[in-house]
Design a protein around this ligand. Structure first.
Ligand SMILES: *Cc1c(COP(=O)(O)O)cnc(C)c1O
Length: 368
């Protein structure tokens, strides 16, 4: 019997021979980083693909979060979600900002807008929500609160590559949105990331900040960091961009099979598509509820025994890590929904290389 390990993710990896001509061009030009031609081409191509006005490439998805906060001079306290990858909150720490955790909505796993206002203090300067699993936040409700209190909004859109609401990119919401192009994401440049912004002045400022703060040959305007993307990964990104629609279509098929197979399994909850939303099928989380008859961890380890690797994503909550657990807002009593969801979730294997047999093996583990 075929019992090969089924991994939770597998990178969108273009064919090596298709990448070779790009490498040859880079070698011939001897221009390997610092806003070279492939870097410029990729920024332009991503603006067109994602339908956003301005984008600045980064070397990963964490530095754009840190840099956006610096660029907007966010200080004091920022309201954010505990149900995310730890980099979201770490970006606040790196700017000396105090995170204030607010609970999530179980229908989306995103920050619950109805709970934000109660967490605002005179020191609050911004909100940092996450489009968890690529499901769009309630961007309208969040913007209304931000406008009412004069707060900035920076979206961690690491999961939301290509996601649209009623034909508009979700990346256009708020003051800025960040992307990650890590190998595990829907679209990757091996490691990489980007900031999306809505005006040329901000783009120029971000371009300074990701290059040590240099605003010219001899002028440094701020203590910027070095987070530039190089030519090799920019070229890889151009090639990967040609493959991403096909990859997302494959993921959509996997999601459809999971849904049709799991719909009659008691105690297993999963997400349906949201009306008017173009999804990217980046993750397929299931939530193991009481009437399933097995705990989440029991199912998780059973899958593992069968060489089916899920991921408890997100577990544990960011608010429970040693750096953050002393904060008042980290008290699980403040975060009952996130605390429960983190105990229920397993992300099932989701990528474009899953065969029908692979998918069936995942389903069989869950159906028993
Ligand atoms: C992947 C991810 C990041 C960090 O991106 P890197 O490219 O790995 O630095 C940040 N936030 C979320 C929600 C992520 O999933």
């Amino acid at each position: 019997m075929d019992n090969k390990t089924i991994t939770v993710t597998s990178p969108l990896l273009p064919k090596l021979e298709e990448f070779m001509p790009y490498l040859q061009e880079i070698w011939d030009s001897k221009w390997i980083t610092n806003n070279g031609q492939f870097h410029q081409q990729l920024e332009k191509a991503l603006c067109e693909y994602l339908r956003v006005p301005y984008i600045s490439l980064f070397t990963n998805g964490t530095l754009p979060l840190i840099t956006a906060l610096q660029a907007l001079r966010v200080t004091g306290e920022v309201i954010t979600t505990p149900y995310s990858f730890v980099a979201t909150t770490h970006s606040l720490w790196w700017n000396g900002i105090k995170p204030v955790f607010v609970d999530i909505d179980p229908a989306t796993c995103n920050l619950d807008p109805s709970k934000i206002e109660a967490a605002i203090t005179p020191r609050t300067t911004a909100i940092m929500p996450v489009h968890c699993y690529g499901k769009p936040c309630n961007v309208k409700a969040i913007q209304e609160i931000a406008d009412k209190y004069g707060l900035k909004v920076i979206y961690d859109a690491a999961h939301a590559f290509g996601v649209e609401i009623n034909g508009e990119s979700v990346l256009n919401a708020g003051d800025m949105s960040t992307l990650s192009f890590h190998a595990t994401k829907v679209y990757n440049t091996v490691e990489g990331g980007a900031l999306v912004m809505n005006n040329a002045e901000t783009k120029r400022r971000i371009d300074y900040l990701k290059n040590f703060g240099f605003a010219g040959e001899t002028e440094v305007v701020a203590p910027g960091i070095n987070s530039k993307m190089d030519e090799i990964r920019s070229a890889y990104g151009l090639l990967a961009l040609k493959k991403v629609d096909e990859s997302i279509a494959e993921r959509q098929k996997v999601a459809q099979i999971y849904r049709s197979e799991l719909k009659d399994v008691p105690g297993i909850r999963y997400f349906e598509d949201m009306p008017g939303v173009k999804h990217n099928y980046s993750y397929f989380p299931i939530f193991v509820e009481k009437d399933y008859g097995m705990t989440r961890d029991e199912l998780y380890f059973k899958m593992k025994e069968n060489n089916v690797l899920g991921r408890r994503y997100f577990y544990p909550l960011i608010s429970s890590f040693s750096t953050y657990r002393g904060l008042e807002s980290s008290d699980p009593k403040n975060l009952p929904i996130a605390t429960r969801i983190a105990e229920e979730v397993i992300c099932l294997p989701m990528h474009d290389a899953l065969s029908e047999n692979d998918i069936q093996r995942v389903i069989d583990c869950i159906k028993r």
